[in-house]
Design a protein around this ligand. Structure first.
Ligand code: GDP
Ligand code: GDP
Length: 438
């Protein structure tokens, strides 16, 4: 499924975060029962006329400062260009146009991403103020009057923004293309991996151009299937302006994760596992994506017969929250085990899209509850009536029971493991939803 990305850009104090909150606020009433997902101030979801998109407030990434640091603006603009399908440039209708607005507009216009110009703080209803007309000078077409505080104009704004977004399924995406995000910290070897893959013989490469797709997507076809790789290192390394700022790497990873079916989490074997690795992996896990842990630069490591086993153990501990993820030791340089990586990508994608019949699930439930009795408390025992699979990607199961309180986490874990064992669900997170029924 295609969930496009909108980025909000603009100089400090024009009202970006106010606008962001207003836009995602329209969705807050919708219950999000995804467990473990923390709401972040920097990115969220916006829904308009039944369509959903991701939205990033690039101003939320760095500490706010009134003296405008141009390098900061440049980083924010670049992030928007790299990750967004459409960019909202926010300006301040009270102060009127200032030179920095022009600078930012010019940075953004160098990309061919669609830009929607928002003139914020137009709190009065009616004729625009003379200042409003100055914004035509930015060369971005008709500005849209908005008051983020009151909410006026946000409908117009969203109409314009969503007009630029493409919600149709990709024509190339007939369900056989697997979207792969290669994520991990800078220098882990993400670009090297994609370069290696695209230079392989018998591999058809097509760069996807166009405004609705990220310029860093690469479509390839080989004997394992069709894949669309997103390289979060981005733009073939021409751009390193924010790679070393962790927050930018994390946001970009997050956006790539959202669009993927499978995440390859790249770990630099030379550097070992770092906190940033587990953080990025946690995002993929929370997003419910199939995950593979790929330890790269395996060629550069001095090894004996225990090295891999020891590294595996380390991964088991540090990535205990995703014990389902297969682990593979690769070299983007020599190509070692990249075939194995592809096998994992294909199998993990399949597993995360699997549907298990209700009959089979309930048969398993009967066996599992006989083998280990459901927990009880003060004479009251958990009764599970029924289980059914609600959705895929990730496989999500709803258990109907007499008392959700009694359905302890450990028993959920037990059932999850039974399901994994019985149906071979590997490489994908599983979600469990519990519903009480009298
Ligand atoms: P950011 O730095 O671009 O994220 O700006 P903020 O969202 O933090 O807003 C800066 C200031 O402008 C705050 O004091 C907001 O209350 C104010 N502000 C934001 N939107 C509006 C608006 O539509 N009208 C008015 N009058 N003030 C606004
Ligand atoms: P990215 O920032 O994650 O895209 O990392 P790069 O692909 O730019 O790689 C960073 C550095 O690691 C480069 O100097 C690569 O040549 C090197 N590198 C990448 N993969 C391997 C590998 O498998 N083995 C070795 N020895 N070096 C690698």
């Amino acid at each position: 499924m295609n969930k496009p990305v909108i980025a909000i850009v603009g100089r400090p104090n024009v009202g970006k975060s106010t606008l962001f909150n207003k836009l995602i606020g329209q969705r807050l009433s919708i219950v999000d029962d995804t467990p473990g997902v923390t709401r972040d101030r920097i990115y969220g979801e916006v829904e308009w006329l039944g369509k959903k998109a991701f939205i990033i407030d690039t101003g939320g990434i760095e500490p706010k400062s009134d003296d405008i640091i141009l390098s900061q603006m440049r980083r924010q603009a670049q992030l928007a260009i790299d990750t967004a399908n459409v960019i909202i440039l926010v300006t301040d209708g009270k102060t009127g146009m200032v030179a920095t607005d022009m600078d930012i507009a010019q940075m953004l216009m160098k990309s061919n991403k669609p830009i929607v110009l928002c003139v914020n703080k137009c709190d009065g209803i009616g004729e625009p103020t003379p200042e409003f007309y100055e914004f035509y000078n930015l060369g971005l077409g008709d500005p849209i009057q908005v008051s983020s505080v009151h909410g006026h104009g946000t409908g117009d704004l969203l109409d314009n923004v969503f007009e630029h977004l493409d919600f149709t399924e990709d024509s190339e995406d007939d369900g056989t293309v697997i979207n792969v995000a290669v994520i991990g910290k800078p220098n882990a070897g993400k670009s090297s991996l994609i370069n290696k893959i695209t230079n392989e013989e018998r591999c058809i490469v097509s760069d996807i151009a166009g405004t609705t797709r990220d310029t860093i997507d690469t479509m390839i076809e080989n004997k394992y299937g069709k894949f669309n790789f997103t390289d979060t290192a981005g733009l073939r390394r021409q751009n390193k302006i924010y790679d070393d700022i962790e927050k930018y790497s994390i946001i970009r990873a997050k956006m790539a994760i959202e669009r993927s079916d499978v995440c390859v989490i790249m770990i630099d074997a030379e550097a070992g596992v770092t906190e940033q690795d587990t953080k990025v992996a946690g995002l993929a896990h929370e997003a419910g994506k199939a995950c593979i842990l790929a330890v790269n630069k395996w060629d550069a490591i001095e090894k004996n017969d225990k090295t891999m086993q020891e590294f595996r153990k380390k991964l088991d501990t540090d990535f205990a929250f995703m014990s389902y993820a297969p682990k593979v030791f690769i070299s983007a340089k020599t190509g070692q085990r990249i075939d194995r990586l592809f096998e994992f990508i294909v199998s993990c994608a399949e597993q995360s899209a699997r549907r298990i019949t209700t009959g089979m699930l309930n048969e398993l439930l009967a066996q599992a509850t006989t083998r280990v009795q459901p927990p009880s408390d003060k004479g009251k025992r958990l009764k599970i009536f029924y289980v059914t699979q609600a959705s895929v990607k990730p496989p999500t199961f709803i258990f109907f029971c007499n008392n959700a309180q009694l359905f302890h986490f450990s028993y959920q874990r037990y059932l999850e493991n039974r399901i994994r064992e019985a149906f071979g669900l590997e490489g994908t997170p599983i979600r469990i939803i519990i519903r009480e029924r009298g």
